[in-house]
Every structure is written in structure tokens, then in C-alpha cells.
Design a protein around this ligand. Sequence first.
Ligand SMILES: NC(=O)c1ccc[n+]([C@@H]2O[C@H](COP(=O)([O-])OP(=O)(O)OC[C@H]3O[C@@H](n4cnc5c(N)ncnc54)[C@H](OP(=O)(O)O)[C@@H]3O)[C@@H](O)[C@H]2O)c1
Length: 250
Amino acid sequence: MNILITGVTSGFGLAIAKRLAKDNHTIIGTGRRADKLSEIKNELGENFIPLCFDISDLTATKSAIESLDNGILTNIDVLINNAGLALGLESADKADINDWEQMINTNVLGLVNITNLILPYMTANNSGLIINIGSTAGNYPYFGANVYGATKAFVKQFSLNLRADLIGKRVRVTNIEPGLCGGTEFSNVRFKGDDEKANKTYEKVDYIRPTDIADMVHYVINLPPHININRLEVMPVAQTFNGLTVVKDL
Ligand SMILES: NC(=O)c1ccc[n+]([C@@H]2O[C@H](COP(=O)([O-])OP(=O)(O)OC[C@H]3O[C@@H](n4cnc5c(N)ncnc54)[C@H](OP(=O)(O)O)[C@@H]3O)[C@@H](O)[C@H]2O)c1
């Protein structure tokens, strides 16, 4: 199969690429860091096609995707929309508008743009699978998640709406919604390089690993073609709900 994964230079994307490469698929892997993409190319070899571009740049994305060999471009079997980020954990009144813009441009615009480029080939082939990486942040509010959570709520509803549009087509869409997962650069990015703060998030927590997410992606890809998992929400056992908050004497 031809599998396009956005954001393979670390975290989930890297684990997914390594997992799927074991099954001899052709992996087209994207990211902004050319050096990381070359390292992966060295490790995975000729079945790995690196594409270096910023997914929030719609024009750069279009030209990178269109640079693919036509036989591959028109026959992407699986698109994994994984690239994304959270920036900051401040309350909305203290947040930086540039952070909000970057999250929306990456998690929302970047994701819909790449989907818009690939989906017409899937419908023309009457075959394909799109796996979006959403988040539990799209389902449950938490302090400081403001725009990040909203982008992931968008990803969830976009995934479901794609299924509605794809009525009568053999094109599947699954939104994987992970909770707390360590072993990625997610919190280092969120806290803008403050690794001490990032590490604290995972201290003494038995979190989900990127390889767990890769196994779930592998499972979804290998389901019989008549099955569509709409949403796959997953949390570590160590994480649970906090309920609604009531403040006394406000
Ligand atoms: N870790 C968690 O707890 C968690 C939980 C739920 C959902 N998620 C979601 O899972 C996805 C992967 O996150 P992760 O934890 O694996 O984080 P990560 O280690 O920081 O990986 C993020 C990936 O996205 C790529 N990326 C970010 N901005 C990009 C841009 N503008 N253009 C191109 N690529 C870009 C990065 O590549 P470059 O830096 O090379 O561009 C990197 O490969 C994200 O959508 C995240 O929101 C994570």
C-alpha cells in the first residue's frame, strides 16, 4: 500500500512510519525538519519517500504533494493526518494570538488542505482510508486547552462529516483520539523548549506510548474493508475525568 503520514519526524508519526514499514508498505513521510527526514530515510530505505514542507503553508504543501510520482499520488491508499501541535497552557485571556494562529493553521487548515488534495483520488479509485489524529482534548475541556482543544474538536467533526459525504463510497475515515501520551516532543513543543516543565507532565505517570498508537493505526488499517471505525478514543488507565467544577462564594 502507499501510505502518506504527516509529521513523521518524531512522536506518533515516527512510530507509525516504523511500524508500517515492517509490513513493506511504501511510506511517504512529511515534516519540516529535513535532517530528521534523512535519518528516517537512512533507517527505512527505499520504501520511504521523504517530503519536507510546512503543512501550515498551503502553497508549499500543494507543490510538495504534486511533486510525488503520479502513480503514487493518484494511488494513496492511506492518508494519516498526524502533524499537529499544542502551544501554551495559559488561560485564554493570557494566551498569545500567534500561538492560536499557528495551531489553527497547522491542526485545522493544514489537515483540511492535505485531505482536499488527496481525497479526490481516493473517491475516483473508490478505495482509501483517512486516519486523523484527534485528541481527547477535542472531547473534554481542560484548563489551558482553549484553542488546541477546539482544533481537535474540529478534527473530530470534520472526520464524521467526511464519512457523511462519502456515502456510497468505499472510502473510510477514522479519528483516533488519544489522551496523555509520553515519549513524543508534544509537551516540549507546548512549553516551547522548557524540557523540565515538559518532563513534569509525565513524571510517575504510566502514559500511552507512541508505539501503542502505532499498533492502533496498524489495527485500523488491517480491518476487513467493510468495517469503518468512526472514532477511537483512548486514554492511559492513569488518566480519568475530573468532572465539572463549582466555585463557592464567587
Ligand atoms: N502526545 C500526546 O499526548 C497527544 C495526545 C493526543 C493527540 N496528540 C496529537 O498527535 C499528533 C502527533 O503529536 P506527537 O505527540 O507525536 O507530537 P510531536 O512529537 O511533537 O510530533 C509532531 C509532528 O508534527 C510535525 N509538525 C508540527 N507542525 C508542523 C508543520 N507546521 N508542518 C509540518 N509538520 C509539522 C512535526 O514535524 P516537524 O517539527 O519536523 O515539522 C512532528 O513530526 C498531533 O496532532 C497531536 O496534537 C498528541
